[in-house]
Structure formats: C-alpha cells, structure tokens
Design a protein around this ligand. Structure first.
Ligand SMILES: C[S@@+](CC[C@H](N)C(=O)[O-])C[C@H]1O[C@@H](n2cnc3c(N)ncnc32)[C@H](O)[C@@H]1O
Length: 230
C-alpha cells in the first residue's frame, strides 16, 4: 500500500467545530464566520473537543441517524472523515460481535486520538486508518456501509472518489451522506462553503450510484443513502 500522507483540515472543517464551541459557550447556536473558521485550524485538540460537544447532539441526533441506518449484525462500516470519532464510537455497539468500524481520516491527530481509545472497545471492532485525501483505502468489496458526515465537500475529485467507494462496497452495500444544507443555518460553515444536496446527488449519479433513500428528520443537514446502479 502507498504510504498515506497527512493533510491539514481545511477551514470549513474547523468551522463546524467553532460553531459548536460557540453554541456551548453562548448557550445559543451560531453559524461560523470565515474569521472564526480559522481559529481552531491549528488546534486539533480543541477541534475534537468541539466536535464532541454534547450541545451538538440536539441537532445532529446521532442515535436517530444510526437507527435510521438499520445496521445489520456483523456489518463493516467505513466512517470516512471520522474526526474525533463522534459517530465511529456510536456505531461500534451496533455492528455486533463480528462487525467492524473503520475510522478513516486524513488528519494524523484524529487517527491518533481514535487509536488511543482502542482499548475501550472490543478487540477487532475498530480499525483506525490514515487515508489520502483522494483515496480512503477501503478493503475491496469489504464494506457494507460507507458513512460520511460533514466531510463530502472536502474531498477532491468527488466523482472519482465515489467510484473508489463503489469498489469498496460489498454486495448490497451503500453509502450514506450527511451534510449541511447550502443555505443560512444557525450552525456549520457559511453558506458559500456548503454543497447543495442536488449537487451531491448529481455527483453520485455520475459515479454510477442511485439515490435509494432520503431521511428528512435532521434540521440542518440532508441525509442521503446511495446504492450502486444495476
Ligand atoms: C467536520 S469534520 C467531521 C467529523 C465527523 N464526521 C463528525 O461528524 O463529527 C471533517 C473531517 O473530515 C476529515 N477530512 C477532510 N478531508 C478528508 C478526506 N479527503 N478524506 C477523509 N477525511 C477527510 C477532516 O480531517 C475532519 O476530521
């Protein structure tokens, strides 16, 4: 395997964290400005703490997201852009005794922090993986669910990337995308840095996927499930 290279989080990665931090400090949610977005850029520890801010749960609804995914026992999940492991560690109890969650990120600090928590989960349940921005290094045909939250807009050459995701899917596998609506919101990056739901759908269609399911219960994000087109 080619040696993965680390890559700095782009400003809109930090923006989510900043918005969350502001939310908890001020007791109210605010979307990040461009200036705020740079503040946590070089502070992975604060960034991860903010991603894990309990105030996020109210709108991120992680338990509802996981319930909607109806994860089968023994599933292999790839959490791409895993960050602090906000979803990664919530997925683990749902994959059963034979399942596994791949925590994939391009930031050494994120993968290192997730790896440090390996002792807290069943041996074999968690596989942290430092990836390249253009390749998640999925095991070929090995993944039942690719999950990508607030990360799709960071990926370069996304149609080619989606084609790589397809190669990583097992029979019956799917890709779930959660990301901020491209409009003014009380949380997340400025609208100019968000991707419209329709553009995500177009990219996956261009890569040979079909939109199979859409969940609409999240207040600020779209939640789409794609399957390879037959
Ligand atoms: C906004 S955070 C979201 C973290 C996590 N998914 C969550 O919902 O809490 C985006 C994450 O994507 C990672 N990232 C950015 N570009 C990436 C890429 N090309 N491939 C994989 N991860 C990437 C960043 O390092 C960061 O940890």
């Amino acid at each position: 395997m080619t040696k993965p290279i680390a890559h700095r989080a782009c400003p809109c990665v930090a923006s989510v964290a900043i918005a969350l931090t502001f939310a908890s400090m001020a007791g109210a949610q605010t979307a990040a400005t461009h200036e705020q977005m740079h503040r946590l850029h070089n502070d992975p520890k604060a960034y991860m703490a903010a991603l894990d801010d309990p105030a996020r749960d109210a709108w991120q609804k992680p338990d509802d997201v996981i319930a909607a995914l109806a994860i089968p026992d023994g599933a292999a999940i790839a959490d791409i852009g895993a960050g602090s492991g906000y979803f990664t560690f919530r997925f683990i109890p749902h994959v059963g005794a034979r399942g596994r969650v791949y925590a994939i990120d391009v930031e050494v600090a994120m993968i290192s922090a997730i790896s440090q928590k390996m002792m807290s989960v069943r041996p074999g349940a968690l596989a942290p993986l430092l990836a390249r921005p253009d390749d998640p290094y999925l095991p070929a045909g090995g993944i039942d669910l690719v999950f990508i939250c607030d990360t799709w807009h960071h990926i370069p050459d996304r149609v080619a990337y989606a084609q790589k995701l397809k190669q990583g899917l097992a029979a019956g596998g799917r890709v779930a995308i959660v990301d901020f609506h491209a409009r003014d919101l009380p949380v997340g990056p400025p609208a100019s840095m968000k991707m419209a739901r329709e553009d995500v759908v177009k990219e996956f269609e261009a890569a040979g996927f079909t939109l199979a399911k859409e969940h609409t219960f999240l207040p600020h994000q779209y939640f789409l499930e794609f399957v390879p087109r037959r």
